[in-house]
Design a binder for this molecule. Sequence first.
Ligand code: BTN
Length: 253
Amino acid sequence: MNKIQPKSKYLGKNIIFLPTCHSTNDFSAELLQNNLIEEGLLVYTDFQSKGRGQRGNIWQSNIGENIMASLILKPEFIKVSSQFNLNIAFSVALYKTFEPFLGDNFKIKWPNDLYYNEQKIGGVLIENTILGDKISSSIIGFGININQTNFENINATSLKNIRGKDFQLNTIYESILENFEICYDEYKNGNFETLKENYLKILFGMKEIRSFIKGQETFLGKIIGISDFGKLQIFIDGYTEEFDFKEISFVFK
Ligand code: BTN
C-alpha cells in the first residue's frame, strides 16, 4: 500500500502501521497508558486477530483489503454527558469521504454503523477515557469494507461490491483524516449544531416508518432525532420515546 500522506495539520501527522495485531483499539489503549502520545496519532493495520465490534461482536476482515484503524484524540473540551457528539462529528466526516463514491444511499445507522441501502459497509467503535466530567482521551476505531468481495454475513457489503472496482486504501485514509480534522475543528470552535444538523440528514431510517425490536417486542416507529445525550428518539403511537443503544435493534427486510 502507498504511504498515507494527509494534508491535515494534526490528524495523522504521526502514523503507526502494524502488519498484524490483535486490535488497533487495544494497541492504542496500551500506548495511551504510557501517556506519550500526541493527539492525532493514527494506528492502522492489514490484519486483526481479535478485531472488536460494538456490543461485544467480533470484527473480521480479509488481509490488506479493508480500512482498519484507530485514531487517538485528547478531546478534553468534551463533557462526558456529550460524548456522543464525537460519534456525530466522525460520522459526518465519513459521509463526506464516501458520498463522492456512494451518493446519498450511504447512511449512518445510529449509533455509528455505516450502511449502503440495507447493507452494512463499516462500523465505528469509540472508546473513551474519562477524567472528572471530561473526556481525557478517545480511541476512534473504524473498520470499513473496501476491496473485500466475499462476506460470511449476507448483510455486509463493500465499496468494491457496489462500484465494481478496487480502491486505493491510502487515499481513503487521507480523505477520512482531512475531513475529520475539519469536522473536529468545527466542533472545537463551537459549531456543533451544524454537525448535528448534517448528521440528522444522513441518518439511516430518519423520518421513515420502520420496525424495531426491544426485548421480545417488535414495534413500528419513526425516527425523529437524537437527544443531547445521544439517545435515539422514535415516534411511536403518538408519543416520542428515547432509546439507549443497548435497548433497541433495527429490523431488516
Ligand atoms: C462495529 O460495527 O461493530 C464496529 C466495528 C469497528 C471495527 C474497528 S476495526 C479497527 C478498530 N479495532 C478494533 O478492534 N475495532 C475497530
